[in-house]
Design a protein around this ligand. Structure first.
Ligand code: B3K
Ligand code: ZN
Length: 898
């Protein structure tokens, strides 16, 4: 229920209002009688007053609970309800509180609290779901010891799981049984979990460095056991990696992962009992793509790493969410990189991560939902599980590592866990620990200013300019930083920015030694220059000619770099930069420049054209025997429509789409022979293995097939589409099969229909594959407005369901959030569709609805008629009475944006 103030406005929670809890909960003893229609929950807590807080009534959070009984020290107690809160006055300093409630898991479509998915009970408590299970101090700084007894029908729910160790189990009358679990670690309520149902497990015993044995389990439904090997291997690798890289061991005898097909997000790090969306667990070569394999590895790692960064040390309040999320994303990114066999594969991972940041987080930081990595206020915390908290938060941690060095960072992590183990702490505590472990570092010297990364929203911009002084043989880079206003933050102070720089010789492309003014010797390779003022100059000496600067190598800070590169300079970087990130970036800049010129030219009716130099450069990359296939695939991928749109002040999405499609068509035709060569050279990857080298080869072969089908569309050639269909039929793994299907669908070839039908027939019983089938169609390039009618048709398909988040995302989000060329229609029908779905979903699942609501975040940048139509659609949603506070917050912020 939406809580409103006297003016009828929903209440915002503010960081500055944080106060310690008035009571502590030492132990919680929960007994569940599980029943889908009416589950009984007996909650017995040992509590005491917090002596550091003035005496006040106890206020327990609740949400959609039926309260049956409240006992204090075994006696009936008087209490009152204030909204959804249960309030008890006149309590002694310490007492036992017993609360008996019931809830209805089968009707829980929000998937928060206790819910049923495919006849199995699951929970999701982060951030505020525990209050939907029992009345509680549902806040992360209240940490308690949990004992949990689960009782249920043995036939229907043979497996009963909760956090920690199984201490007792047995039979009960009437075909029921029970299991009792004790978690040896104190935890906040958001880490509580239970699972009950018909499940089977893949098991593996491992020995840690200490010699201690652990049991690892991956629980799934009976038919899915053959899809758990990769998740198990990822888990084993995670355990070994955290111990090796940060000295952080597994602290439990048993570590469980359970998969469910109904889940609002990717996965959840409940102590010892991680609950996962099936999408991030189940994989075999027939059903999962290389991208699925790599996502599973990251998400399994991510949740496992939370065991320390999140569970052992947690957040004091939800404003500190990035304390655990930013750090844990950083850790999972490092994990995936460390598993790579070589530098090229590491760079590919870095480029992929930066691409996510720039296509999703930069727009967020420039839009109405922009918020600092540590927000100052929220209405609904679920709306703040964002790319800013996660991905920008990870970049902030990465900058700390850059400033103190890899070893220094490891020391900092050790100190952080030594200091704060078992505590609920803040982002300040984290930064302080890293700095204190490295007292001589630039981070320690600049700490208060560095922490502006936590408090100031918006993406900083670096305007850089280079001047060569022939007389002094010097080159001076002037860098001016700025950051645009964001909601509630009209002005910004300068950031601390670690800037990785190198110089290339303009004629040979070779890397030049670096000698800063005042230094007696030159160094080789990349230098980190730490910027902290609004404007700075960096002068390099000993240079015989104007060099080509390679700035922001490895994307050393989450900023936008403006530098007036000439095409020639970019071509030099693309051909020679030893920093693979900037090598890729040079190609992106060239592609972006062509796109922006094309968009501007279209206004005067000239056809957009990629110039020969660009085409030749792309051919050289494609044919370069020194480069890996995965890297080539990234370089040859044009900047996305979303990324191009972000560079424009006023966006005509149709024009962006048209120009990018024209560029793709041109690449297809101009490089036709090269694509044939690339396909023939890379399509055979032998027995399936998801490693970076073979997945890179598959990615490049898939890209080649895509361009070959696109070229065939223009030329009328039937050979390649035919070959593609054959490839689709013969493929030995899902990656090759799906790439072939995609090539037919996205080129709009007539063979696509039969391939789609066949694909559905083969995989009709594989929900995750059927999601791909929906998503491919809803996300296909629009031709003359054909996608929206198709999307509406797909929603009538018997396999479609709005209640299953994965399925809803596969159709609706693939269209509204991931297919701008199809969604932004001049007739506004896409927006009307969007507003109807947001409203419809809001009544079922507010978290999913609020995510979808964000699809129009950037409406105020749109050109007319899109802008007015989008605003109207948002206003229509906002005007709906009884909106959840999730969706309400998103749409009102969007409208306030302009
Ligand atoms: N911590 C969870 C996210 C919970 C989202 C709640 N709306 C997953 C993760 O980041 O690992
Ligand atoms: Zn996380």
């Amino acid at each position: 229920m939406l809580q409103r103030d006297a003016q009828g406005q929903p209440i915002a929670i503010r960081r500055e209002d944080y106060a310690a809890p008035a009571y502590w909960i030492d132990t919680v003893d929960l007994t569940f009688d599980l029943d889908p229609a009416k589950t009984r929950v007996l909650n017995r807590m040992q509590m005491r007053r917090n002596p550091e807080v003035p005496v006040q009534p106890l206020r327990l959070d609740g949400d959609e609970l039926n309260l049956a009984r409240v006992l204090v020290n075994g006696q009936g107690a008087s209490f009152r309800m204030e909204g959804e809160q249960l309030v008890i006055d006149g309590l002694p300093d310490s007492f036992e509180l017993e609360i008996f409630t019931t809830c209805c898991p089968i009707k829980n479509t929000k998937l928060m609290g206790l819910f049923v998915s495919e006849d199995t009970f699951f929970t999701q408590c982060e951030a505020e779901g525990f209050r939907r299970i029992t009345y509680f101090l549902d806040r992360p700084d209240v940490m308690a010891s949990y004992t949990v007894t689960l009782r249920a029908s043995k036939a229907a729910y043979p497996v009963l799981l909760s956090n920690g160790n199984l201490v007792e189990q047995g039979e009960l009358p009437e075909g029921r049984h029970f299991a009792k679990w004790v978690d040896p670690f104190k935890k906040p309520s958001y880490l509580f979990a239970l699972v009950a149902g018909k499940l089977v497990a893949r098991e593996q015993r491992i020995k840690a460095r200490s010699g201690k044995e652990h049991l690892l389990q991956v629980y799934v439904r009976a038919g899915d056991l053959d899809k758990t090997e990769h998740a198990m291997n990822s888990l084993i690798n995670s355990v070994l990696w955290d111990e090796a890289r940060f000295g952080l061991p597994l602290d439990l005898d048993r570590f469980m992962i359970v998969a469910t097909s109904d889940f609002n997000m990717g996965a959840m790090e409940n102590k010892g009992l991680n609950i996962f969306n099936t999408k991030y667990v189940l994989a075999n070569q027939a059903t999962a793509t290389d991208a699925d394999y790599s996502n599973i590895e990251s998400v399994v790692g991510h949740e496992y790493f939370h065991n320390w960064s999140g569970d052992r040390v947690t957040c004091r309040d939800w404003f500190q969410l990035s304390l655990k999320e930013g750090l844990t994303v950083f850790r999972d990114q490092e994990f995936s990189q460390d598993l790579c066999a070589d530098a090229s594969a590491r760079a590919v991972k870095r480029i992929e991560d930066v691409r996510v940041l720039r296509t999703a987080q930069f727009p967020e930081d420039a839009g109405p939902m922009a918020h600092p990595v540590r927000p100052d206020s929220y209405i609904e915390i679920s709306n703040f599980y964002t790319v800013t908290i996660y991905e920008k938060g990870a970049e902030v941690v990465r900058m700390m590592q850059t400033l103190v060095g890899r070893k220094g960072f490891e020391k900092g992590i050790t100190l952080y866990f030594e200091r704060h183990d078992g505590q609920a702490v803040t982002c300040d505590d984290f930064a302080q620990a890293i700095a204190d472990a490295n007292p001589e570092s630039e981070l320690a010297r600049l700490l208060p200013q560095f922490k502006r990364w936590y408090s100031q929203a918006g993406t900083p911009r670096l305007a850089a300019h280079g001047v060569y002084d022939a007389q002094n043989r010097s080159y001076t880079l002037s860098v001016v930083q700025s950051c645009p206003p964001t909601p509630g933050q009209p002005t910004k102070e300068p950031f601390v920015i670690p800037l990785n720089v190198g110089l290339l010789d303009a004629s040979s492309g070779r890397e030049l030694p670096l000698q800063l003014e005042g230094e007696s010797e030159a160094t080789h390779g990349t230098r980190t220059v730490v910027l902290s003022r609004a404007g700075e100059q960096i002068t390099f000496t000993g240079l015989d000619a104007e060099p080509v600067p390679s700035i922001l190598r490895g994307f050393s800070a989450p900023v936008i770099l403006d530098f007036e590169y000439t095409d020639a300079q970019l071509l030099t970087l693309l051909a020679n930069d030893p920093d693979p990130f900037n090598r890729w970036e040079a190609g992106q800049r060239l592609g972006l420049r062509a796109a922006l010129n094309g968009i501007a030219a279209l206004a005067t009716d000239t056809t957009p054209v990629l110039n020969d130099a660009y085409i030749d450069a792309m051919r050289s990359v494609l044919r370069n025997p020194q480069l890996d296939a995965a890297f080539k695939e990234l370089v040859l991928t044009l900047p996305s429509e979303t990324y191009i749109a972000e560079q424009l002040d006023v966006v005509d999405p149709q024009r962006v789409h048209l120009v990018r499609e024209a560029m793709r068509a041109q690449l297809a035709t101009a490089l036709f022979a090269d694509w044939q060569w690339a396909y023939e050279e890379h399509h055979d990857t032998g027995a399936y293995s998801p490693d970076p080298t073979s997945s890179g080869r598959r990615a490049l072969a898939g890209m080649a097939l895509n361009f070959l089908c696109l070229a065939a569309r223009a030329s009328g050639d039937v050979v390649w589409p035919g070959k593609t269909l054959q490839r689709f039929k013969d493929a030995g793994n899902m990656t090759d099969r799906f790439n072939a299907l995609n090539a037919l669908v996205s080129s709009g070839h007539t063979l696509a229909a039969q391939a789609l039908a066949r694909f559905h027939a083969i995989f009709k019983d594989e929900a995750l594959v059927i999601d791909k089938w929906f998503s491919l169609q809803a996300g296909a390039p629009d031709r003359g407005g054909d996608i929206l009618p198709l999307v509406k048709q797909l929603m009538k398909h018997p396999d479609f369901s709005l209640k299953n988040p994965n399925r809803a995302r596969s159709v609706i989000f693939s269209y509204c959030s991931a297919n701008p060329g199809a969604f932004h229609r001049p007739d506004a029908a896409g927006y009307v569709f969007w507003s109807e779905r947001v409203i419809e979903l809001d009544a079922i699942n507010p978290q999913v609805a609020a995510r979808l609501a964000r699809a129009l975040d950037r409406w105020s940048k749109l050109a007319e008629p899109y802008r007015s139509a989008a605003r109207e659609a948002i206003a229509r949603v906002a005007a709906k009475p009884d909106l959840s506070k999730d969706t309400h917050e998103v749409v009102t912020r969007a409208l306030a944006g302009n």
